[in-house]
Write a protein that binds this ligand. Structure first.
Ligand SMILES: NC(=O)c1ccc[n+]([C@@H]2O[C@H](COP(=O)([O-])OP(=O)(O)OC[C@H]3O[C@@H](n4cnc5c(N)ncnc54)[C@H](O)[C@@H]3O)[C@@H](O)[C@H]2O)c1
Length: 294
């Protein structure tokens, strides 16, 4: 993909990967539509990037179908095309399934999966009509390629994003729409704002009277997110990694190739009928989640 002068619509652009991708896109002279629910932080990113390119600011909640559709309409009204869609907005929701309230499942399924469905439903038909098609990057996670304890809702959502993206790629090939290039980003731990997901929780998924949010499980989950992310890869190189992947038309874009043994052995266990084993999981080196080499 050639980037200069093209239009990128990026969700989750106020922090973390979304901000890094937006910054890299601006450096490549792309025009931007940046969406986030965090109005204040988004305003700062927009102000910074407006110094180098056109930026449309969209304050919206991606769990709201109509707000995602309206964001696509606003982008089309401003620029008349969408060449790169980045479905990045998302949250992390830890907690064991026997304690985690179903409202937390509703929240993560809508924030991390349905938000992408809404954008794909609206943007793919636009790209089908564009002579040059377009690129779509769905942000999933290494948690869409392997499993570990602590946050089944997160793994469920990320496996869904990986599977959906692969299936959409087949469907586009089947209807000879190869000009639309699908990509899925599957990073392991990177230092972002993700441990503060709780602050992004929309009111409709909030119930402070539920004792779960005072429980040890909840507190442990929050601590695990802080520990994992602060030990993660610094974000500085990630924007360039993603744009190299887009340029090479890589379907999978990874930050940590050191996850390979865990992902490969998971599939091996599956086809050979073996159950997940915590004992075996503990034998992988600690650095598996931080190793960027193969
Ligand atoms: N940081 C990591 O280690 C890591 C690893 C794998 C996958 N991911 C995934 O990357 C994606 C981005 O996360 P990040 O790590 O950059 O975290 P982040 O918290 O730094 O950024 C997420 C952004 O999404 C926005 N957002 C959240 N809910 C929203 C909503 N309902 N509507 C609109 N905007 C919303 C937030 O305001 C924030 O700006 C997530 O899907 C996350 O699961 C992160």
């Amino acid at each position: 993909m050639e980037f200069e002068g093209k239009v990128a619509l990026i969700t989750g652009a106020a922090h973390g990967f979304g901000e890094a991708i937006a910054t890299q896109a601006a450096a490549q002279k792309m025009k931007l539509a940046l969406l986030d629910q965090d109005q204040e932080a988004l305003g700062q990113v927009v102000k910074k990037l407006k110094q180098s390119t056109d930026v449309l600011e969209i304050v919206a909640d991606v769990t709201e179908e109509e707000q995602v559709y309206a964001a696509v309409d606003k982008t089309m009204a401003a620029y008349g095309q969408i060449d790169l869609l980045v479905n990045d907005a998302g949250v992390a929701v830890p907690g064991p399934i026997w304690e985690l309230p179903t409202r937390d499942w509703e929240w993560i399924l809508h924030a991390d999966l349905m938000s992408q469905v809404y954008a794909l439903r609206k943007v793919i038909p636009i790209m089908m009509k564009q002579e040059n098609g377009g690129d779509i990057l769905n942000v999933a996670s290494a948690a869409g390629l392997l499993t570990a304890p602590g946050m089944p809702a997160y793994y469920a959502t990320k496996f869904a994003v990986v599977g959906m993206t692969e299936a959409v790629a087949y469907d586009l090939q089947a209807v000879k729409q190869d000009k639309i290039r699908m990509h899925v980003f599957t990073p392991a731990f990177v230092q972002t704002n993700l441990m503060h997901s709780e602050e992004y929780r929309p009111d409709k998924y909030r119930d402070e009277s539920d004792p779960y949010y005072q429980s040890e499980s909840f507190k442990l989950g929050q601590k695990m997110a802080v520990d994992d992310l602060t030990a993660g890869l610094p974000i500085d190189s990630v924007g360039a990694t993603i744009f190299d992947g887009l340029k090479n038309n890589d379907f999978y874009i990874l930050t940590h190739k050191g996850i390979a043994p865990m992902a490969i052995n998971r599939v091996k266990d599956a086809v050979e009928g073996r159950a997940p084993s915590l004992t075996k999981l503990m034998t992988y080196p600690d650095k598996t989640h931080t190793d960027t080499s193969l």
